[in-house]
Design a protein around this ligand. Structure first.
Ligand SMILES: [Zn+2]
Length: 428
């Protein structure tokens, strides 16, 4: 059985529903793994003494033995730590060096007692839980179920099959597999991302495409490009989010715009550029010299997605427009603000009459968009002042309050805390 199918079976066979985030952490007690690791080290030290240990009696060593010792990397085998997301993680440097080429090269170059993981990665990111997941794999050869607190969202109605935390955690694992030179796991997690790329909301395919690009997974990359090209994701978002070569590929694979459409797009891009510069006077100048209107340019959607909250504030006070106008994807500015999760912009829009109960064409409200983007860990994350008022949670709280206030809301009684506690009840 290949490692990837073994890993896949392990994941399938474990009862994930009874495996909470905290239990996952407890189960990651690596005492057994470390004793296994130290056993390995002891036997390795007996059979292959370090250079410092043998240097006083080099002349006594036969030529084949000397040759063998010279090939050993000059690595300080003492314990060290790698800081991930600000949290120090103890590692057994000797075990990692012996069993993984990526860490062997790092430790050969730098024998310091502490490393920042973000400084070691050539691309992408690997979060704390993903790093712990890999340490466990290195020490035991086993793949644990993903920790629920980072791989599930706070929407009680979500099956967590394609929500953003599930995707983000798998993307982290894909980056780690590729960077740590573990091809069997690259194949495994690439398979999971292929599944996500087919079923996820198109906005959530973008981080998968970027991971496929950096990890050189051509099949996955082509799948993501095709999926985005077939979608109604607007060309502005594609240009903003993707490297030029992919936005160009997607543009060329779509229907060619007419000359008139090209002229409109050009004028709209100039307006968006002026918004990027926070120059409202320039926006007004461009509007006067072109045939497009502010609404044609979906300027509010653009500002909500990409501009500073103060620009949104100014626009809402300067211009008279329908704050609930839908773009070509059926999103209102509030849907876009929920995707961005910037509390001040959500508040500005609600104050101007944005409707929190409007559904997207595929049936999502701003609140459910926010909930499905937010992991349990991020929902419960404390600020530096130790308060539960982080931006993700604040956005959800604001929209939950608005939904309770709105008599049209049919899930006003549901809170994200219910989802976290697992106490969701429609009759509450
Ligand atoms: Zn979910």
């Amino acid at each position: 059985m290949s490692i990837s199918s073994y890993a896949s079976n392990r994941l399938t066979n474990q009862n994930i529903s009874t495996f909470s985030g905290s239990e996952a952490r407890r189960s990651q007690n690596t005492s057994t793994a470390f004793s296994y690791a130290s056993d390995r080290l002891i036997s390795q030290n007996i059979s292959s003494p370090s250079v410092s240990e043998v240097s006083p009696s080099l002349e006594l060593i036969s030529l084949p033995q000397l040759s063998s010792n010279l090939e050993q990397p000059l690595i300080d085998y003492n314990a060290a730590e790698i800081v991930v997301d600000g949290i120090p993680v103890s590692i057994n440097r000797g075990f990692l060096a012996e069993n993984n080429s990526f860490f062997r090269e790092i430790f050969k170059k730098d024998g310091s007692p502490s490393y920042l993981l973000s400084n070691l990665l050539p691309f992408g990111k690997v979060g704390y839980e993903a790093f712990q997941f890999f340490l466990r794999y290195f020490y035991t050869g086993e793949l644990n179920p993903p920790p629920l607190e980072v791989s599930t969202c706070v929407d009680e109605e979500c099956a967590h099959e394609t929500c953003r935390p599930a995707i983000d955690f798998t993307v982290d694992l894909m980056y780690a597999s590729s960077i740590f030179n573990l091809p069997e796991l690259v194949v495994h997690f690439q398979g999971r991302l292929v599944n996500f790329a087919d079923k996820a909301y198109v906005e959530d395919v973008i981080p998968i495409l970027l991971a496929a690009f950096h990890c050189q997974s051509d099949e996955l990359l082509n799948q993501c490009v095709d999926r985005i090209a077939r979608s109604d994701l607007d060309s502005i978002s594609i240009e903003k989010e993707l490297p030029y070569e992919f936005s160009k590929r997607i543009e060329l694979s779509r229907k060619m715009p007419t000359l008139h459409e090209k002229a409109i797009r050009k004028a709209i891009r100039k307006i968006h550029k002026a918004l990027d510069w926070d120059d409202i006077e320039l926006v007004e100048l461009f509007l006067r010299e072109s045939n497009v209107t502010l609404d044609d340019a979906n300027y509010l959607h653009y500002a909500v997605a990409h501009c500073d909250s103060e620009v949104v504030h100014k626009l809402l006070h300067l211009c008279f427009t329908d704050v609930n106008r839908r773009n070509s994807q059926g999103y209102t500015p509030l849907h876009i603000a929920a995707m961005r999760r910037e509390p001040s912009i959500i508040v500005f829009l609600l104050e101007k009459g944005a409707c929190a109960s409007d559904l997207t064409f595929d049936g999502r409200r701003p609140l459910s968009i926010c909930r499905r983007l937010t992991s349990i860990k991020n929902y419960n994350a404390k600020t530096e002042q130790g308060q539960l008022t982080n931006k993700d949670r604040l956005c959800i709280d604001i929209l939950e309050r608005e939904m309770r206030r709105n008599p049209m809301a049919d899930d006003a009684s549901i809170t994200s805390q219910d989802a976290v506690n697992g106490t969701f009840d429609l009759n509450l």
